[in-house]
Design a protein around this ligand. Structure first.
Ligand SMILES: Cc1ncc(COP(=O)(O)O)c(C=O)c1O
Length: 461
C-alpha cells in the first residue's frame, strides 16, 4: 500500500491544530455522545483486510470528534489540567514522527541529550540540587512511586536489609508518614510497592491542609528506630497549600527517615519569586516528583522523578540484559535506569521545547499569572456572594455558594451550561466547588465570564 506520509501526518497535525484553535473560541462542551454511541463509532468487528491509513485517520477523527473534551482550553478548571504550549505540542508531534526510543544513548542520542538538558533546566527552576538524577516518567503517580521505591531501598539498607534481593517478606516493617491530606497516588504507590496502605501513618494538617509539623514530630518520635519514609507535599490538590518543607524535612532527617516531596504542580512555585517562599527548603529532601503536563503546559503524559542520590536511584530502578547495547556497569547510568519502564517515548523533547519557549522569565510569569487569575476568580465569586474556603496561595480555589450541600447541583448546572468546567470535592467535611487555574492560555476575561457562569449556575440550581 502506497502511503503519502507527508499528507497523512499533515492531516493529523491539522486536526490537532483545529481542535486547539476552536477549543478556545467555542463554549466548552461535555462529550455530546453517550458511551454507547461512541463505542459503536469505534466498535464493530475488526475487518480481515487492511484499511488505507488515510481512511483510518479520517475514521478516527470522525469517531473521536464527538467524544473530545476541551480540557486543553482556557476555561477548563477541573482536576489539575494544564494546557499544552505550542512548541511543546509540536515537539511531541516530532517525538512521535521520529519515534525515538528513549531507553539509552545508543537508541537515541538526541532524546538522551534533550532529557539531560531539560532535566537540568527543570532542576534549576525548581531549586533542586544540581547533582540530582532525573527520570522522565508518565506523571506524578509514577514519580511518587519511584521516589518511594528508592527510599525503600535506602531505609532498609540502613537496617541491614537488601530489599532488591530479599524482597519485603520478613523485612523490618517500613512506616510511611504522610499528611491526612496527601494525594491518593501516595496510597497507590504504597500498594504497588508492597507496603500496603496500613503502613501509612497519617499526620493531621493545619487549617489550610499543610502538614502539622508538631504532630509530625510526635508521630516520628513514636516510631523510634523503625525505618520511615516521610511524604511531604508541595501543593495540596484542594487548597494548593504547601507543607513546611524545611522544618518537616529537618525533623525527618534527624530521625534517619527518607523524605519524598509530592509536588505534582506545587513544586513549580519555586520558579517564581512571588511564590518561591512556599517551597522554602525543598532542596533538602531526598526525592521529588512533579508533572510537566500540569502547570508547565506540556501535553500528556509527562512527569519527572528526581533523586538526590543519583547512584541509588539508578541502582533501584535499573535492570541488565546481555543484549542491551550501551548499558551496564561500564557506562554511566542510562535514562532507562531512572524510570520504571525501559522502552519509552522521548518525553524530553516536549519539556525542552516548553522551557525553551518560555525561558525562566516565562515560567515565572506563567506561575504568577495563573495564581493571580485564581485570586481574581476568588474575588469575583466572593463579590457575587460566594464563600472562599482556602487561602488562595497558588492556583487552587475552593468555593461554596449558599449551603455547601448545593455544591453538586451547582457543579452540574455549570457543566451543563458549558461556559467553563469546574468539579466538586469534599474538603474538611464540606462539599465544595473546586477551581484549578493551570492553563497558560487562560485570560482575565476567561475568569470573569467563568465566574459569572458559576454564579448563574448557583442562581439557577
Ligand atoms: C499533589 C498531586 N500528586 C499527584 C498527582 C497525580 O498526578 P498524575 O495524575 O500526573 O499522576 C496529582 C494530580 O492532580 C496531584 O495534584
Amino acid at each position: 500500500m502506497d502511503v503519502d506520509l507527508h499528507q497523512l501526518f499533515a492531516r493529523a497535525a491539522a486536526e490537532g491544530a483545529r481542535h486547539r484553535v476552536t477549543v478556545a473560541d467555542h463554549p466548552l462542551q461535555q462529550p455530546s455522545l453517550d458511551r454507547e454511541s461512541l463505542a459503536a463509532a469505534f466498535g464493530g468487528p475488526l475487518g480481515a483486510d487492511p484499511t488505507d491509513p488515510g481512511r483510518v485517520v479520517d475514521d478516527l477523527i470522525a469517531a473521536a470528534h464527538p467524544g473530545l473534551v476541551g480540557t486543553v482550553g482556557p476555561r477548563f478548571f477541573g482536576f489539575v489540567i494544564g494546557g499544552a504550549s505550542p512548541a511543546a505540542t509540536a515537539a511531541d508531534l516530532l517525538a512521535t514522527g521520529w519515534d525515538q526510543c528513549a531507553y539509552n544513548e545508543v537508541l537515541s542520542p538526541a532524546a538522551a541529550a534533550a532529557e539531560r538538558a531539560a532535566g537540568n533546566w527543570t532542576k534549576q527552576l525548581l531549586g533542586l540540587p544540581e547533582t540530582a538524577s532525573v527520570g522522565f516518567v508518565t506523571g506524578a503517580q509514577a514519580a511518587n512511586t519511584v521516589g518511594l521505591a528508592v527510599g525503600r531501598q535506602r531505609v532498609l539498607r540502613d537496617v541491614g536489609w537488601d530489599v532488591a534481593r530479599d524482597g519485603l517478606f520478613g523485612a523490618p516493617p517500613i512506616v510511611i508518614v504522610a499528611s491526612e491530606e496527601r494525594h491518593a497516588t501516595i496510597d497507590r504507590a504504597a500498594r504497588l510497592l508492597g507496603f500496603g496502605t496500613r503502613s501509612i501513618e497519617p499526620v493531621a494538617t493545619n487549617a489550610q491542609g499543610a502538614i502539622d509539623v508538631d504532630r509530625l514530630r510526635t508521630t516520628l518520635d513514636a516510631l523510634r528506630d523503625r525505618p520511615a519514609l516521610v511524604c511531604l507535599q508541595a501543593g495540596n490538590v484542594n487548597t494548593g497549600a504547601c507543607d513546611d518543607l524545611r522544618s518537616a524535612t529537618t525533623l525527618a532527617h534527624e530521625r534517619g527517615a527518607w523524605v519524598h516531596v509530592d509536588g505534582a504542580f506545587g513544586l513549580w512555585a519555586a520558579a517564581s519569586p512571588s511564590t518561591a517562599h512556599l517551597v522554602d527548603g525543598v532542596e533538602l529532601a531526598d526525592s521529588w516528583g512533579t508533572d510537566a503536563h500540569k502547570w508547565l503546559n506540556v501535553p500528556y503524559d509527562c512527569g519527572l522523578a528526581f533523586c538526590a542520590d543519583a547512584a541509588l536511584h539508578a541502582a533501584t530502578m535499573s535492570y541488565a540484559a546481555s543484549y542491551l547495547t550501551g548499558s551496564g556497569a561500564d557506562s554511566d547510568y542510562v535514562l532507562g535506569d531512572l524510570t520504571p519502564e525501559s522502552s519509552r517515548r522521548a518525553r524530553g523533547f516536549a519539556v525542552w521545547a516548553a522551557l525553551r519557549e518560555l525561558g525562566t522569565g516565562g515560567v515565572a510569569d506563567l506561575v504568577e499569572r495563573t495564581c493571580a487569575l485564581a485570586r481574581r476568580m476568588a474575588e469575583r465569586l466572593a463579590a457575587g456572594g460566594a464563600s472562599i474556603h482556602n487561602d488562595v496561595v497558588l492556583n487552587q480555589v475552593l468555593v461554596s455558594i449558599g449551603d455547601p450541600s448545593r455544591t453538586d447541583a451547582i457543579v452540574d448546572a455549570v457543566q451543563r451550561e458549558g461556559t467553563c468546567w469546574v468539579g466538586g470535592t469534599t474538603w474538611h467535611g464540606q462539599r465544595l466547588i473546586r477551581v484549578s487555574v493551570s492553563n497558560a492560555t487562560t485570560t482575565e476575561r476567561d475568569i470573569d465570564v467563568s465566574a459569572d457562569a458559576i454564579l448563574r449556575g448557583a442562581a439557577s440550581s
